[in-house]
Design a protein around this ligand. Structure first.
Ligand code: GLN
Length: 264
């Protein structure tokens, strides 16, 4: 009888310790698995309609400065990089579930910082204004009461909402892709498109009917691009920042700027 009780107590004790051990493992795994969705792989979201940062190359695959930069970061970290092309407006919500990080010419904003963490910035930008040749739009106040196009969920979209808040006769049209907004500008459906400097210059180069105006003349705030990742994923954030630093120091970053941006 006594032996049985001891055996029972031992069984319970062992069971408890296995349980305790098991739960510890689960906690450790949970915080570790937060780092990457698939071990050894960095799943990257982008919106490949934003040249020269991301676009679909001649081989039908995403290419551009951001894509080359994240692949170089993947190489530094020994991670295979998988690119997923999606709507810009879905990127932030997909981080941590469908994708590990996004690289999409994404500006660091206070609002986005509530949902995601950002790496160190890798590029300085500003919004530009695309208008048809000969447009009377030259400064911020000229945009009031006009039809303004922008890409949905972008800082250009937020500026057009500010303008509408100041003058309710302003009309806002938002598009999934910056290129769709530019097409509506070319077709005369909107009077101006607010979008980031480099894509604005690329589109102005592609369409003779439009010119790109410097957003500094409109008083737009400077913006900084960064890679977005899950909030609190400091381990991955630290690794990405380390890789960025190495790529800046070893000249890779400058080479990519020359290849993709200065050659625009
Ligand atoms: N820089 C802008 C933003 O973050 C636009 C980015 C984009 O359209 N890919 O909102």
């Amino acid at each position: 009888m006594k032996k049985r009780i001891i055996a029972l107590i031992m069984t319970i004790f062992c069971g408890l310790s296995i349980c305790a051990c098991g739960s510890e493992n689960t906690v450790a795994k949970a915080s570790g698995s937060h780092e990457l969705i698939h071990e050894g792989k960095l799943v990257v979201g982008t919106n490949a309609a934003f040249p020269p940062f991301e676009y679909i190359g001649d081989d039908g695959k995403p290419d551009g400065f951001d894509i080359a930069l994240i692949k170089a970061i993947g190489d530094e970290l020994g991670l295979e990089v998988e690119i997923q092309d999606m709507e810009f407006d879905s990127l932030v919500a997909s981080i941590g579930s469908k994708i590990d990080v996004s690289i999409a010419g994404m500006t660091i904003t206070e609002e986005r910082k509530n949902a995601v963490d950002f790496s160190d910035s890798y590029y300085d930008a500003v919004q530009y204004v695309l208008v048809p040749n000969g447009s009377e739009i030259k400064g911020y106040d000229d945009l009031k009461g006009k039809k303004i196009g922008s890409q949905m969920g972008t800082t250009g979209d937020f500026i057009s909402e500010d303008i509408k808040a100041e003058d309710d006769s302003t009309t806002i049209s938002t598009y999934d892709k910056a290129l769709d907004a530019v097409n509506d500008l070319v077709n005369g459906r909107v009077d101006a498109v607010i979008l980031d400097k480099n894509p604005a210059e690329v589109f102005a180069g592609q369409y003779d009917e439009v010119v790109a105006l410097d957003g500094n003349d409109f008083g737009f705030e400077p913006e900084k691009y960064a890679i977005a990742l899950s909030k609190g994923n400091t381990e991955l954030g630290g690794k990405i920042n380390g890789a960025l630093k190495t790529l800046k120091e070893n000249g890779t970053y400058d080479e990519l700027i020359k290849k993709y941006i200065e050659a625009e």
